[in-house]
Design a binder for this molecule. Structure first.
Ligand code: EPU
Length: 420
């Protein structure tokens, strides 16, 4: 079993190079199905979810050449529709993108139910609504979901999403790219990874405008062609290290970031009295005195990211005073609370709100990462804690953080990955 061992209390100093964004890499990897030619994708993060998505494509007949640690060439010329392996697909939330991509290219898709972190129910009704509006029929079986276009293929239309879902926006974009005519997505998600996907598809010959706003317009094209694309930096990875420095102390520069994407996290840290300097593609966080409290409410972009919730809770646990964190995106994202409590945190939950009373310092414990960001929160707590914290559930952390242990060691953390 893998474990992360952290001996806390050492301030962090140095630079961290931020990797490409997992949640942009996943849709772009699956979007390559639509292309049907060779694409080169650069700045892919070395995380297991991305590796799994590449393995799924390979198992379906695509050729994937690893051209370096972070660059792959994906050729989907010989991709075989409807052959996704249920076992692999069931481990990955991003595999829902197979539905939109296969439907878009082949007019039908048969995909096993997808997995991903467990935050309560993760419905796909808005994805289905979009496919059906484009003229497809959807059927859900015991093991597979099926979606099939009508005899004339998919037709552009207006899709209003009841909720600005990232996944539904992406799936409708994928399905509509090669559809006949124009599609409008209203109340679309505005996350930077939506823009990244649109940029990738446009470089391949798609006609998508408005990504990054609530109204995305897609004019269907007949065919796409290959391109060479670089994934944008991971704002959640950068935010996680920013929260870590604020919780532990020291001075660290996050390099290769897009500061605009970090605005809500930056604003909260400034509000708490943490020093944040912003340069063109570098953010430097310095923390020499204990931060003050804050009230955080997660929301769709450009609101405070839900994927920063657990990490910020860990930080607020060691801030002074009383803070609150309100979760507005996921039904249940509080699984990390029991584990942080074992480390001495003072957190009470009522409905979708955590009230956190600051403690001076975490104490070490044996804890388990219940999901990816919960795992990051435990690492932050461990970096702050007195004594040695041992964290299991490491595979969940490896889904989305590129070499988190190595990056933290390089800035002075006493942390190691052990296998027993
Ligand atoms: N929702 C519906 N119906 C749908 C789709 C979503 O009700 O058809 C609801 C969900 O239940 C949730 C909300 O809408 O309450 C937002 O869900 P969304 O579809 O936006 O999330 P997702 O696409 O499943 C992605 C990220 C998550 C991130 C969310 C929100 C990927 C692979 N996953 O999930 O990332 O939390 O957007 O920003 O992109 C993570 O990286 O740790 C992670 C969990």
């Amino acid at each position: 079993m893998k474990k992360i061992l952290v001996r806390g209390g050492k301030p962090l100093y140095g630079n961290i190079n931020i990797s490409g964004m997992k949640n942009a890499a996943l849709p772009i990897v699956f979007a390559s199905i639509l292309v049907g030619e060779r694409c080169i994708v650069e700045n892919l993060p070395a995380v297991s979810d991305v590796e799994l998505s590449l393995n799924i494509l390979e198992s379906m007949g695509a050729t994937v050449e690893r051209l370096g640690n972070n660059t792959v060439a994906i050729d989907t010329t010989n991709f075989i529709n409807g052959t996704s392996p249920v076992e692999m697909v069931s481990k990955l939330r991003g595999s829902t993108y197979l539905l939109g991509a296969e439907l878009g290219r082949f007019g039908e898709a048969r995909v096993g139910s997808s997995g991903g972190c467990d935050f309560g129910s993760r419905p796909i009704d808005q994805h289905i609504k979009g496919f059906c509006a484009l003229g497809a029929k959807f059927e859900s079986g015991d093991t597979y979901n099926y979606v099939k276009a009508g005899p004339g293929g998919l037709y552009g239309t207006s899709v209003y999403l009841d909720i600005a879902s990232v996944g539904a926006t992406i799936n409708v974009m994928l399905a509509a790219t090669l559809a006949k005519g124009k599609t409008t997505i209203d109340n679309a998600a505005r996350e930077p990874h939506i823009v990244d996907l649109a940029n990738f598809l446009n470089m391949c010959g798609a006609r998508i405008t408005g990504a990054g706003t609530s109204v995305i317009k897609i004019t269907g094209v007949e065919k796409l062609h290959g391109c060479d694309y670089t994934i944008l930096p991971d704002m959640i990875e950068a935010g996680t290290y920013m929260a870590a420095v604020a919780a532990v102390g020291g001075r660290v520069s996050m390099r290769g970031v897009i500061p605009k994407h970090m605005e809500t996290v930056t604003a909260k840290l400034l509000e708490m009295g943490v020093d944040v300097e912003i340069y063109e593609d570098i953010i430097t966080v310095s923390r020499f005195v204990r931060p003050g409290p804050a009230n955080v409410k997660t929301y769709f972009y450009p609101g405070f990211p839900t994927d920063m919730h657990p990490q910020f809770s860990a930080l607020l646990c060691v801030a002074s005073g009383v803070s609150t964190v309100t979760e507005s995106v996921w039904e249940n994202r509080f699984k990390y609370v029991d584990e942080l409590s074992k480390m001495g945190a003072n957190i009470s939950i009522e409905g979708n709100r955590a009230t956190i009373t600051g403690i001076e310092r975490f104490k070490s414990a044996a804890v388990e990462a219940s999901d990816l960001r919960a795992g990051a929160a435990l690492i932050i707590a461990g970096l702050n804690a007195e004594g040695e914290t041992s964290i299991t559930g490491v595979e969940r952390i490896e889904r989305g953080y590129d070499d988190i242990v190595g990056k933290l060691r390089a800035i002075g953390a006493d942390i190691e990955l052990v296998e027993e």
